[in-house]
Write a protein that binds this ligand. Structure first.
Ligand code: ZN
Length: 504
């Protein structure tokens, strides 16, 4: 049986919130059983920093892998449990590759092929880069304001923005509304389910959509805390719900959520489900198979207005339209250059030792050459016999050839790295082609990465959407667009930051 190791990690924050450790263990064990693996060791990292260098259990794991040569793989709950950035990820992968150990994710599909690895690495790289740039650009000012307790985003239901610059920006809305919102937590605390509470509040005249309701219950603003950018700060505004009540309800919801059986939510037949948004309804499209006219047909449809009803495939199919639409986008050139530069710098940095090694080999070679000259000299002076001199020089010549070969491989590595990188970037350049080729799980991650706010569709055309920083529209496509798309554009369903933060 194939031996595997489990690696689990929870941050101290996740630990305090009572989440995830058992879930991770459960999922990983289940995955091992389902795939016929034998779990021989479990490494659990608790409350340690995300920095790879600081993790003791990870170090033990690496030692274990190095010592036991018969390990088939390491199972993690998610790859981000193992490494938080591309560099760490790459070095861990190299380590595992060296010992022929596979990295297996219990919840993600890491295709272990060269293309799969390439895409996985590039995605991680792009995602991190995109994220870093955005973070640098927009968050500094907000973080400063937030640290002072100021709420600088759009007010959630029950609050209003007061707009005062430099001071508190959040005040309670009308008392009757605040009361209704408080009632939500009271109801759930006394045993109402989330949906029952939502209906009860609707009966009292406050209609909230399911998804918004779900987000509200998890929005700590209601207990007077601002929780964004991975920070938690007590706000300078009044809470609507007492913190104890808020946390009690949150705990209840989370425990309930855990009992939901895990199944594959990503139906490979419909990658665009819930990603394409009908502009009229601001709701993600659903999809299904239906039978009729003696065949089976795949459709995308808007679950609200039922007006959008699109074939999945075919010339006019939604997926064809989408792949055509992707052809309007390209990676920004300056970013490609930056990526290559980053790879180069990164490589040089990590290979400072390489130059040392080259110097060592070169000096070894010159020593051997001097030695040979000396042997020839001694032979000429009849100090050593012809036979011995020949044996000794031949041996040294062989050593020199080996060393020169070594030297060559050491020196050609940077060239190789750059060639591979350029090639992989050129592969990725065909955004549409990449999307068509990759597996469903990566596909969904890829499209959500390209269009973080999903992609609005008015029934005939895709509308302008927020895109990842690293891509932009082709100039020709932009010119065509302005002539056939109505000017008012697209209103995102919620404020961008609010959405982003609610995901975190
Ligand atoms: Zn609709």
């Amino acid at each position: 049986m194939n031996k595997v190791i489990l690696y689990l990690r929870v941050s101290s924050k996740e630990q305090v919130e009572g989440s995830s450790l058992e879930t991770q263990l459960d999922m990983c064990r289940r995955y091992a059983i389902d795939n016929g693996y034998d779990v021989v060791e479990v490494f659990t990292e608790k409350g340690e920093s995300a920095k790879t260098a600081d993790r003791t259990e990870l170090k033990f794991l690496l030692e274990y892998v190095a010592k036991n040569k018969d390990i088939f793989g390491v199972i993690v709950y998610k790859v981000d449990r193992l490494a938080r950035n591309t560099l760490d990820h790459a070095s861990l992968k190299m380590f595992f590759n060296k010992y022929n150990v596979r990295l297996i994710s219990a919840t993600e599909n890491l295709e272990d092929t060269s293309v799969g690895r390439l895409i996985e690495n590039q995605l991680a790289g792009f995602a991190q880069f995109d994220n870093d740039i955005r973070t640098e650009r927009s968050q500094n000012g907000m973080i400063a304001a937030m640290k002072a307790g100021r709420y600088v985003w759009k007010a959630p239901k029950g609050y209003v923005n007061t707009g005062g610059k430099g001071k508190s920006n959040l005040a309670l809305d009308k008392p009757e509304l605040v009361k209704k919102i408080h009632l939500i937590w009271e109801l759930i605390d006394t045993g109402y389910t989330q949906e029952e509470a939502r209906k009860e509040i609707a009966n009292r005249g406050l209609t909230i959509s399911k998804s918004q309701f779900n987000r509200m219950l998890r929005n700590k603003t209601y207990m007077g805390v601002i929780e964004k950018f991975g920070l938690s700060v007590i706000g300078d505004f009044k809470p609507i719900v007492e913190p104890e009540l808020f946390l009690r309800v949150l705990d209840k919801l989370d425990r309930k959520a855990k009992k939901i059986p895990i199944y594959r939510v990503n139906n490979p037949d419909f990658p665009l489900r819930n990603f394409i948004v009908h502009t009229t309804c601001n709701d993600g499209l659903t999809a299904s198979w239906s039978t009729g006219n003696g065949g089976k047909y795949a459709y995308y449809r808007c679950k609200r207005c039922k007006k959008i009803n699109y074939n999945k495939d075919g010339d006019e199919g939604l997926e064809t339209k989408f792949t055509n639409y992707l052809r309007n986008y390209h990676y920004k050139d300056e970013l490609k250059e930056l990526m290559l530069k980053a790879i180069e710098v990164n490589w040089e940095d990590r290979n400072k030792n390489n130059q040392k090694r080259v110097d060592e080999i070169e000096s070894e070679i010159s020593k051997l050459k001097i030695l040979n000259k000396e042997i020839v000299g001694k032979n000429l002076r009849n100090v050593i016999s012809d036979q011995l001199a020949k044996e000794m020089t031949t041996e040294n010549e062989q050593k020199i050839v080996e060393l020169e070969l070594k030297l060559h491989t050491q020196q050609s590595t940077l060239d190789d790295v750059m060639k591979v990188s350029e090639h992989s970037l050129s592969l990725l350049e065909d955004i549409s082609g990449v999307w068509s080729r990759i597996d469903i799980d990566i596909k969904k991650r890829f499209q959500n990465f390209l269009f973080p706010q999903r992609l609005p569709f008015d029934g005939a055309n895709f509308r302008t959407a927020q895109t990842a920083y690293c891509i932009s529209q082709n100039v020709i496509a932009l010119a065509q667009k302005s002539s056939n798309v109505p000017a008012e554009g697209f209103e995102p369903p919620t404020n961008r930051l609010e959405r982003e933060c609610s995901i975190r």
